[in-house]
Design a protein around this ligand. Structure first.
Ligand SMILES: Nc1ncnc2c1ncn2[C@@H]1O[C@@H]2COP(=O)(O)O[C@H]2[C@H]1O
Length: 580
């Protein structure tokens, strides 16, 4: 979590260390900060309203107050050293994190929460009570940090709904605690035990507190079974309490019901709801055994924790993360499929995203002979029978780690059924399958010719056994394939020969162009100061370049002898002057 390795001379902590706001250490720290904040929220009001509690343990309160203040101050330092995200990158520069915190809205609140307001008691005229609790009321201003800690914990915990319930209960208890303390303060102001409504004058502070807490529970839970208020102050206090109960408690109980609804909706997100299907069946008058099978199928999913709708649950995750989650859940099961055993981890991770879990109940046909094949299946759990045309005779039983339904998808030569199912497949008990679509299978097999070969070999064997392989057609297809391959090879060889010939012709053309240039130079040499061999060669070279561009022989214009002359080759000053 450190910004750099620079260390102070007296401590092992680097001076410019920073915390990652999403990291573990930050989480631990804000979880720790819950304690002093709750301490101030619970104890200050208690000490204010129950002076005997304050006086009985003055030393303890002073020590705890000091500790809470130290944590508050330390939290400001932690704030200054907490990184932040900018363009998705964590900024760990201390000067920037500090500047950001000082400019944030929380900073003034944090400072106000640690101001030593109890020093006001030292002013002349103010009664000198050590650690006056009311003067420390500003310590309750740290509550945003408490909410931050709760939010973080809610996202991290594996039991968010339990946590939400616990949080609501805490708010509830805190509300009753504050109301009880205020009730006792009012009772003490009016006189303890002067009428049935106020707190009785009991000797023990615990008893007084418990009575107040009980009274407030009755008021705030709107039970209302309290003694009738006698005085105006009592009437006002009770009315305010009931109003608070209506508003606050309605909110809290509403939140609790939301949590409960969330609990049930979380499970319906995992498992399909049987209700609508049952209502649909009832609406169409479908009952009896079929409706029973539908109900039993839904029950099986819940009882065995089978999640056929898991992709809907994961759909909002980015693809890479989804692949990792799916792989961590299903990879072990995929490894048990013989076909995949030798496949690489990365490939299986890609494959797992294409697989759809499906659960079939007892006696259900997964596919029927003659249907067009659109997907194949890998058996994760369960037993399935290959059933003869009579629908009863079992030709084979397939179990965990095997696959079926591939023959109609992979176009085996000589397969008389074409793209139609060659057999009936019946689920004997409940079968948990992975389903792979035809297009997805084609893509996977294109990447893995070995897997295709293995599948084709197995499929051929089955077709042969079932008498659905036309060996003549297979041989003809193989021969046609071999012939096509042979022709293709022939065409490739011919093409290669043509390319060689074309290259040779081009070379000949260039050579003759060069020869011609030299001859022209020699012919002109007698009359004028002629073209140098170098310039002629350069001109020939230019001609070569053109002819390659497709300009052909027409591009040769004896540039070497034109009035402008060819440009001088780089690095040879004076060469241009030597063209004539
Ligand atoms: N005798 C058999 N033993 C095992 N599996 C079979 C047998 N006959 C057919 N199958 C499988 O059942 C599947 C039915 O659909 P397909 O024809 O697509 O592919 C078939 C094979 O995968």
């Amino acid at each position: 979590e450190h910004g750099s390795g620079r260390r102070t001379s007296c401590t092992a902590i680097p001076r410019n260390w920073t915390l990652d706001p999403a990291g573990d250490w930050h989480y631990r720290w804000i979880s720790l900060m819950v304690l002093p904040i709750l301490y101030n929220w619970v104890v200050l009001i208690l000490r204010c309203c129950f002076p005997e509690v304050q006086e009985a343990h003055t030393g303890l309160w002073q020590a705890l107050d000091g500790l809470s203040d130290a944590l508050y101050l330390l939290d400001i330092a932690v704030h200054c050293h907490t990184g932040f995200l900018e363009d998705g990158i964590l900024v760990r520069d201390i000067s920037r994190t500090r500047r950001r915190y000082l400019g944030s809205w929380t900073f003034p609140w944090d400072v106000m929460a640690v101001l030593p307001t109890e020093l006001l008691c030292l002013l002349p005229g103010v009664p000198r009570v050590p650690g006056v609790p009311a003067a420390r009321a500003n310590r309750c201003l740290r509550v945003p940090r408490l909410f931050e800690a709760f939010d973080r914990c809610e996202t991290r915990t594996g039991w968010p709904n339990v946590f939400r319930m616990a949080k609501l209960m805490l708010y509830l208890l805190l509300g009753i605690h504050w109301h009880g303390c205020l009730y006792f303060a009012l009772s003490a102001h009016l006189g303890l035990g002067v009428d049935p409504w106020v707190c009785p004058s009991s000797a023990r502070p615990l008893r007084r507190y418990l009575h107040s807490f009980y009274f407030s529970t009755l008021v705030l839970t709107t039970v209302g079974d309290t003694p009738t208020p006698q005085r105006e102050e009592e009437l006002l206090f009770l009315t305010a309490g009931f109003l608070l109960a209506v508003l606050g408690f309605a909110t809290i109980t509403g939140s609790i019901s939301t949590v409960i609804v969330n609990l049930s909706s979380a499970s319906t997100a995992f498992y399909p709801d049987a209700g609508p299907v049952r209502r649909y069946l009832r609406a169409w008058g479908v009952g009896g055994r079929l409706a029973g099978r539908v109900v039993r199928w839904h029950q099986h999913l819940r009882a065995q924790r089978k999640l056929p709708a898991e992709w809907e649950v994961l759909q909002h995750l980015p693809r890479g993360l989804r692949a990792e989650v799916a792989a961590s859940v299903h990879l072990e099961a995929l490894r048990r499929v013989g076909l995949f055993r030798s496949w690489e981890h990365g490939v299986l991770r890609q494959l797992v995203l294409r697989l759809r879990p499906q659960v079939f109940g007892p006696g259900e046909f997964v596919c029927r002979r003659g249907d067009v094949g659109r997907e194949m299946y890998f058996i994760r759990e369960g037993r399935l029978a290959v059933v003869a045309e009579d629908g009863v005779t079992q030709l084979a039983v397939l179990g965990e780690g095997l696959y079926f339904g591939e023959i109609s998808l992979i176009n085996i030569k000589g397969n008389t059924a074409g793209n139609r199912r060659t057999a009936n497949i019946l689920s004997i008990g409940y079968s948990d399958l992975f389903c792979l679509g035809k297009e997805d299978l084609a893509e996977v097999l294109a990447e893995f010719p070995c897997a295709r070969a293995a599948m084709e070999a197995k499929g051929r064997e089955l077709l042969l056994r079932m008498g659905q392989l036309d060996t003549g057609a297979e041989a003809a297809a193989l021969a046609a394939e071999a012939e096509a391959r042979r022709r293709l090879q022939g065409l490739e060889v011919a093409l290669e020969g043509l390319q060689t010939r074309a290259a040779r012709l081009l070379a000949q053309l260039e050579a003759s162009a060069l020869r011609m240039a030299l001859r022209v130079q020699r012919l002109e040499g007698g009359h004028r100061c002629g073209v140098t061999p170098t310039a002629a060669a350069a001109a020939a070279g230019r001609g070569r370049g053109r002819s390659r561009d497709g300009d052909g022989a027409g591009a040769w214009r004896f540039g070497a002898v034109s009035s402008s002359g060819p440009p001088a080759p780089p690095g040879r000053p004076g060469a241009a002057g030597g063209t004539r």
